[in-house]
Design a protein. Structure first.
Length: 178
C-alpha cells in the first residue's frame, strides 16, 4: 500500500461524501481500485484485499493500520496527524483531518474517485457493502483469503489492463529518461 495515496483518497472521500465510516471507506477504496485496474492496469492504493466476515473485501493494510491505531499502537506523526481512530464499543470510528492533495493521482484516478464520491455521496457504508457483497465474484472468494484486484477482471479486461499497464510503464520510463 502506498500510504500517501490511501490517505489522500480517504481525505477526498471525507471531503466529498457524507458519513464516512470505516465500512464506507473500505468499500469506496475497493470500488476505486477495482475500477482503476480495469482502466489503467494499476490500482490506486496498491492494497491486497482480504475477504473477512461480515465486511467482505477490505484493504488489508488499511484495516491493519486502523486496528493498530485503535489499539493504541504508536505510528508516525505524518499519519497520526491525519488519521484519528476511536473504538466505540464493537465499532471503530475513523476521522480524517486535513485536505486532500490530488497531485498524488493521475487524471484517470481523479475521475474514478470523483465519480464514486458523487455516486455514493449520501449512501451508508452498509448500503455500499450490500452491493459489493452481492457481486458474484465476491461470493466465490473463500473467507479469510488474500486476493489481488486482478481477479475482478474478465479475460477481456485483463488483456486491456495488461495493455494499459504496458503503455503506462513505457510512459513512466520515457518521463524518467527525459
Amino acid at each position: 500500500m502506498i500510504i500517501e495515496r490511501f490517505l489522500n483518497a480517504a481525505l477526498y472521500f471525507k471531503e466529498n461524501t457524507e458519513n464516512l465510516d470505516t465500512i464506507k471507506l473500505y468499500k469506496l477504496l475497493f470500488l476505486a481500485d477495482r475500477e482503476c485496474i480495469k482502466k489503467t492496469g494499476h490500482t490506486i492504493t496498491e492494497s491486497v484485499y482480504w475477504k473477512i466476515m461480515p465486511w467482505g473485501p477490505v484493504p488489508k493494510e488499511v484495516k491493519s493500520l486502523v486496528d493498530r491505531i485503535a489499539c493504541g499502537d504508536k505510528i508516525s506523526s505524518n499519519i497520526s496527524d491525519i488519521l484519528k481512530v476511536e473504538k466505540q464499543g464493537k465499532n471503530t470510528h475513523v476521522e480524517f483531518n486535513g485536505n486532500s492533495d490530488l497531485s498524488y493521482f493521475t487524471k484517470n484516478e481523479i475521475e474514478i474517485i470523483s465519480k464514486l464520491a458523487k455516486k455514493y455521496k449520501y449512501s451508508s457504508g452498509k448500503k455500499i457493502a450490500h452491493g459489493v457483497h452481492n457481486m458474484k465474484i465476491i461470493k466465490e472468494i473463500e473467507w479469510e483469503k488474500d486476493f489481488y484486484m486482478d481477479i475482478f477482471l474478465s479475460s477481456e479486461d485483463k488483456k486491456l489492463s495488461q495493455k494499459n499497464r504496458k503503455i503506462a510503464d513505457r510512459f513512466r520510463m520515457a518521463l524518467s529518461d527525459g
